[in-house]
Design a protein around this ligand. Structure first.
Ligand code: TRP
Length: 330
């Protein structure tokens, strides 16, 4: 049976980049797969967190997933720390994975920077916890962005090492699912920077909670250049802001950039932006509204998470028992 697992960090300020890059794909996958979607609060604490903020962000991200259309009745939505099997299996994997494997992880190198000795053990072991997330449910497919592919390869290495260490075929080798043209959404103020929750200017991003007026204002103020729109993607070379806006339009309209270029060939940005405003508002404003409603109803969100955790535990328990038995844990 095919089973999807994916995780998202509980960060505040979910924006268009999160929506088009990950969340929207998750919504679409639920048509074809049994999906388990996890808000990874244990991963979040590999960096220092304010406890109240962490709680709020866990609820906010959950609200974003639900508002975007993930159905928590037919899928499982929960937060990682509620299912203790993640931490238990991660420990066992810490005793399977090799220092050399973790030393190669580029994300750790980037995050730890020059102060390696000062990094927490948790940050170092981040990938073994991610392997545990996936394998605790014997997930077969994992939607991930480019930046997480190396962690997924490590997950396969760990699965293989465990299987051979204990002469079993318990764990499947999970496959990455890279969906469509990965929509890489850039800042509306600077087409060379990724859209980011931590950009100082709120005009650089469209937040998932922005209302119609805010979306329209930000699109209108988005940086462009003075040329008309090109008739094909070739004409976007060196025009990062234009490429970004056309990419956003294409992603929202489910069209290729080439199709969008054809549609607007030779038009000025003023014409294109009116269309982009309409499109962005029609897709995003209802999601933002629902997300706000859910953020005002934390009891409902908590109920979804605890119900999801209960169902996740049901799947995880027999798998974890088997692991413990194989490893000789009485
Ligand atoms: N590391 C992932 C990220 O930062 C989040 C994550 C945690 C995840 N566990 C996972 C993704 C398991 C896929 C599968 O984006």
């Amino acid at each position: 049976m095919n089973r999807i697992f994916s995780g998202v960090q509980p960060t505040g300020n979910l924006h268009l980049g999160n929506y088009l890059g990950a969340i929207r794909n998750w919504v679409r996958l639920q048509e074809q797969y049994d999906c388990i979607y996890c808000v990874v609060d244990l991963h979040a604490i590999t960096a220092p967190q304010d406890p109240d903020e962490l709680r709020a962000n866990t609820r906010e991200v959950t609200a974003g997933l639900l508002a975007a259309g993930i159905d928590p009745a037919n899928n499982i939505v929960f937060n990682q720390s509620r299912v203790s099997g993640h931490a238990e299996l991660a420990w066992i994997f810490n005793c399977v994975a090799r220092l050399g494997w973790l030393n190669r992880m580029t994300q750790f190198k980037e995050k730890a920077g020059k102060h390696r000795d000062n990094a927490t053990v948790g940050l170092y072991a981040y990938p073994t916890l991610m392997a545990a997330d996936i394998l605790l449910y014997k997930a077969t497919h994992v939607p991930v962005g480019e930046d997480q592919k190396q962690h997924l390869e490590l997950t396969r290495d760990i699965a293989q090492a465990f299987n051979s260490m204990f002469k079993t075929e318990l764990f499947p080798m999970p496959e990455p699912l890279i969906l469509g043209a990965a929509a890489r959404v850039m800042s509306l103020r600077d087409g060379s920077k990724k859209m980011s929750k931590s950009d100082g200017s709120d005009y650089s991003r469209i937040n998932m909670t922005d209302d119609a007026d805010a979306i329209a204002l930000k699109v209108r103020k988005a940086r462009t250049d003075s040329e008309p729109l090109p008739g094909s993607p070739d004409g976007l070379e060196g025009r990062t802001e234009a490429a970004n806006l056309l990419g956003i339009y294409g992603a929202l309209a489910d069209k290729t950039v080439a199709q969008v270029c054809e549609e607007f060939a030779g038009e000025p940005f003023s014409v294109f932006k009116l269309q982009l405003v309409d499109l962005a508002v029609s897709v995003l404003a209802p999601i933002g509204k629902e997300m706000k409603r859910l953020c005002d109803d934390p009891n409902y969100v908590d109920q979804v998470l605890s119900d999801g955790a209960e169902r996740a535990t049901e799947i995880a328990t027999p798998i974890l028992s088997e692991v413990k038995k194989l490893a000789g844990l009485l």
